[in-house]
Unconditional design. Structure first.
Length: 964
């Protein structure tokens, strides 16, 4: 396939039109006399929009149209930059006139300032408008007619009902016998060797990774190995990276280790006396020395036999160099035409309300299945394309497409994928092509991707601002997922999509269609074969030893930079148009002062760095929408940003590990605040600040609630009106800490923090009241219906810590019919669990920890009504433990009185000892790791929330005794 540089200009023009129209209606544009220039620019851009649909469709076959679009793209980017600078001045004026120094900044509107800015802006806007008028006129000549031709209908983004927001992976078709065969091969060969392996070989897109995942699932079910680890290798075979990924997979709490000896020592500890299966997915390395070195390191740390490596690769040569191990090879065969049709049918019906495909379409679809060449990836992507256009002529058009005619298998696959890409709306094309900036096999987090799209202007509000950018981005993501351009989705506890990956062939497509705008730069890049003037998105790859040479002149036009901190520091003063900055760790610990000059910056991620501070100029990033400090444990300056943070009035998403002791009253655009709010401190955040943040969603944690002075103060947080808030954690400090500052008003504060009825997760920690709040226990409201059912109808997770003054649980808890997990911790006054617990029909997990006086469970009838209960954990409850005892030799002399109540539960853990293990279908949840640290002064209970995922095969709880 010829590598043409394609141009998708529609999203850029739409962004410019939106900005021009919005700015034209502001008071400041009238004051500066820019209203006319802005409206003329919007009018010209709107006229150009009418030419774009057909032009973008025809550009591959017409060089003149392609050149016209490239010229238009460059000027459109300039237009967005100028409008962005104008918007920056508007935000700057807003910040400077809304603070306490309002009187001091009135000079902003003084004649000299206003005239200088107005003349400069007016001149820039006029120049761009004149250029766009010329481009429009040339476009009419190039295209010859004004295209209203409907032969290429406008593709639009489908609206997904809420029930379709979770799109499951395609069913595994035609691989059951392969799975059985390879599992048997593994079982036979592993018993004879310390370390053995199997390579799965086949074409790209034939389903090797899916097959490997199915094998992992079966070996886990059969418990053939103690541990199963998965590492995506892709093009770079670096043994330190692979071993590091393996260790991180086995123990996510371990950070990256730079020392290979320390890494191997730690890995040896993890693997001691445990048999493992290591999956190396997508291996390209054909260097025998690298492979032999890797295997020899593994063999040195293995103490027991029966370990295996499972490799997926396209290359027979790669499989053949693994002779240092006892290896067997499995050649992956293509699917049958019928199996390809089953995949297409499944994908199409998943996006439809129909239960079957119409007969006229089915016949064409089965012919298309024959052209898929037995490749499940092609069938999945084509299924997604067909699901968009449920018309006979459209399916026939796809069947007759010349993309199927190519003889070369690899070129044919890419050509067919490109055919599907061509049928996406322009907005989705831009979003998809942007994904090429991620490395192959990278885990792509959905929210992160949407925030990056938004920062680039690919996603903006619609319907007059009624539909949020995040919601539109979510629709775009789901559409690309339904077209099988994303795969390997991971869900969170609530069933929402958290992350995905791209197949390496789909990633190749993204690189192809983004060529000319996106550059992946490493030391091996050929600088002579590049046109850097058009590059807008740059990822700089480095092994930490050799930094690639950054081309001169590339920085000024960049909109995205993914690099190590040092690379950014060397370029910072030249970056004039940057929207997104994602930095990776190196030795640098500070960011340059020129960071504050990045007027267009909307996304900043320094999570995975050693940066300890940002410059004061950080407070001038008025356009910043997303700020990420997560996992950056070196960051020291968050408490010092109190003055500057209030200026960042465009912030929508804040991610940080550090407690947030900064006023957020001015940050009214916030949608995400993943940082614990410290309530009620004198200089920082007041709990009433939350009342200003009306659109706050996702997760919210409020700590040190003992500082809240009154019920009225707490009520000003207005949690009840936050409809998008799904997880809430309310925390009081420990009794020891409270001795210094305690208002003794827990009950009235909690009463005033009633959340909205859409809440899915509630954690209350350190509460020392004697009763539940009314919004959790009142039987009926004023209309006579169940108050609790109305207010907590969506609650799926309830965790309660330290309610040791409570003597009993209220019977109204029976109304929590959606509850999937209940955890009770430190209920030392509780002696019995109520009968109403048996009415929690959705309950999957029940965890009872450190309840010293708890003696009785509900009756056997109530416990048997918990038909979905699959996991029961009892920890540090001595009285209940004795009554739940199951006869075990000399340790317990008889079966406890409560055993009959719980004997039907699949998985039972008492003091972290598995009393009963079964197959737990409920694979996701929240698990609390409990670490009791005995110090010289006080026992501290530290609770860490850890999301259960496929990586957690077991959890080890450690008592750390006094070490002073």
């Amino acid at each position: 396939m010829a590598e043409l540089v394609l141009n998708f200009v529609t999203p850029i023009i739409e962004n410019a039109v939106s900005k021009a129209i919005s700015f034209a209606s502001t008071q400041i544009s009238t004051a500066w006399g820019l209203e006319r220039e802005l409206r003329e620019l919007a009018q010209t851009l709107t006229m150009i929009q009418g030419l774009l649909q057909d032009a973008e469709w025809r550009q591959e076959s017409n060089p003149a149209i392609r050149n016209w679009l490239q010229h238009l793209r460059d000027v459109a980017y300039d237009a967005v930059d100028v409008l962005d600078e104008y918007g920056y001045e508007v935000l700057k004026h807003k910040v400077q006139t809304q603070g306490p120094k309002k009187k001091q900044v009135r000079t902003f509107f003084c004649l000299s300032n206003r005239t200088a800015i107005r003349l400069n802006m007016a001149n820039e806007i006029r120049k761009i408008n004149e250029s766009l008028v010329r481009i429009k006129d040339n476009g009419v000549l190039v295209l010859l007619i004004r295209f209203n031709d409907q032969s290429h209908s406008t593709a639009s983004v489908r609206q997904y009902p809420k029930t379709d927001s979770i799109l499951d992976c395609s069913k595994v078709v035609g691989r059951h016998n392969d799975v059985l065969k390879i599992v048997n091969m593994l079982d036979n060969i592993r018993s004879q060797h310390v370390l053995s392996g199997i390579s799965i070989v086949g074409f790209g897109g034939i389903g090797k990774t899916t097959l490997a995942k199915s094998i992992c699932s079966m070996v886990k079910e059969q418990k053939l190995y103690d541990l199963v680890a998965w590492v995506c290798v892709s093009e770079e075979f670096d043994e330190k990276i692979i071993l590091g990924d393996m260790l991180e997979y086995l123990d996510s709490s371990v950070g990256r280790m730079n020392n290979i000896d320390a890494l191997i020592q730690k890995l040896g500890q993890e693997l001691e006396n445990r048999k493992f299966l290591l999956v190396l997915d997508d291996v390209w390395n054909d260097d025998r020395d690298k492979w032999d070195s890797f295997i020899s390191r593994l063999l040195k740390i293995l103490k027991t036999g029966g370990n295996s490596i499972l490799v997926t690769t396209r290359s027979v040569k790669v499989a053949s160099i693994m002779e240092a191990l006892p290896m067997q090879k499995h050649d992956t065969v293509k699917l049958s035409d019928h199996e390809c049709w089953l995949i297409i049918e499944d994908v199409v019906l998943r996006s439809s309300t129909e239960t079957s495909i119409p007969l006229d379409l089915e016949g064409i679809g089965q012919e298309i299945a024959k052209k898929c060449g037995g490749l499940p990836l092609v069938a999945s992507v084509i299924g997604g394309t067909l699901s968009r256009e449920m018309k006979t002529d459209k399916w026939q058009e796809i069947l007759d497409d010349e993309a199927w005619m190519l003889q070369d298998e690899n070129k044919k696959i890419l050509s067919v994928l490109k055919m599907s890409f061509d049928r996406l709306p322009s907005s989705l094309k831009k979003c998809f092509s942007y994904c090429s900036i991620f490395p192959k096999d990278a885990v792509i987090f959905k929210d992160d991707l949407i925030q990056l799209w938004t920062a680039q202007g690919f996603v903006h509000r619609s319907n007059g601002g009624l539909v949020e950018m995040e919601d539109i981005g979510d629709e775009y993501f789901n559409e690309l997922l339904s077209n099988a351009l994303f795969q390997d989705i991971e869900l969170d506890f609530y069933g929402n999509i958290e992350s995905c990956k791209m197949h390496d062939l789909v990633h190749d497509l993204a690189l192809l269609v983004s060529k000319g705008e996106t550059l992946i730069l490493d030391a091996s890049c050929n600088m002579d074969d590049q046109n850097f003037n058009t590059i807008r998105h740059l990822r700089v790859k480095s092994d930490g030893k050799d930094l690639p040479t950054i081309p001169k002149g590339i920085a000024q036009r960049l909109h995205s930079l993914f690099s190590k901190v040092g690379v950014f520091c060397s370029m910072a003063s030249d970056l004039k148009s940057l929207r997104s900055l994602k930095l990776m760790r190196d030795k640098e610990k500070k960011l340059p002062a020129s960071l504050g000059k990045l007027k267009h910056l909307r996304y900043l991620d320094i999570s995975e760095t050693n940066v300890t501070a940002v410059p004061k100029s950080f407070s001038k990033l008025y356009n910043l929408q997303t700020s990420k400090f997560v996992h950056n444990y070196y960051f020291e300056q968050l408490p010092k940003l109190s003055n500057g943070m209030a200026n960042l009035i465009s912030l929508r998403h804040i991610y940080s590990n550090h407690p947030w002791d900064i006023s957020i009253m001015q940050l009214t655009s916030l949608r995400t605040l993943l940082s614990p709010i410290v309530a009620g401190t004198k200089k920082g955040c007041q709990i009433e600040d939350l009342g200003c943040i009306t659109q706050l969603g996702g997760k919210l944690e409020i700590s040190k609630l003992e500082y809240v002075r009154s019920k009225s103060e707490a009520s000003k947080a207005n949690l009840k009106e936050k409809t998008k808030l799904h997880q809430l954690k309310l925390c009081w400090s420990s009794r020891h800490e409270r001795a210094v500052n305690n208002n003794n008003n827990d009950e009235e504060v909690l009463e005033s923090l009633q959340p909205h009825s859409t809440l899915k997760s509630l954690t209350i920690d350190g509460y020392i009241g004697k009763r539940f709040p009314s919004w959790m226990v009142n039987d009926v409201n004023s209309s006579g219906s169940s108050f609790l059912l109305d207010n907590m109808a969506s609650l799926e997770l309830l965790i309660l810590f330290g309610w040791d003054k409570l003597k009993s649980l209220p019977h109204q808890l029976r109304h929590l019919t959606a509850l999937k997990q209940l955890m009770l911790v430190d209920f030392n006054g509780l002696e019995a669990l109520p009968e109403c617990l048996g009415d929690l029909s959705s309950l999957h997990r029940l965890e009872i920890l450190n309840c010293s006086n708890l003696t009785h469970l509900p009756s056997i009838e109530a416990m048997r009504r918990l038909s979905n209960l699959q996991y029961l954990c009892i920890w540090d409850c001595p009285k209940l433990k004795k009554r739940c005892a199951k006869k075990r030799g000399l340790e317990w002399s008889k079966i406890g009185l409560e055993w009959s109540k719980i004997s039907h539960i699949h998985n039972i853990s008492i003091d972290w000892e598995d009393v009963r293990q079964g197959e737990c279908k409920f694979s996701m949840g929240i698990v609390l790791l409990v670490v009791k640290i005995a110090t010289s002064s006080v026992d501290v209970m530290c609770w860490y929330e850890v999301k259960c995922s496929k990586r957690f095969e077991s959890i080890k709880i450690v008592d750390i005794e006094k070490s002073s």
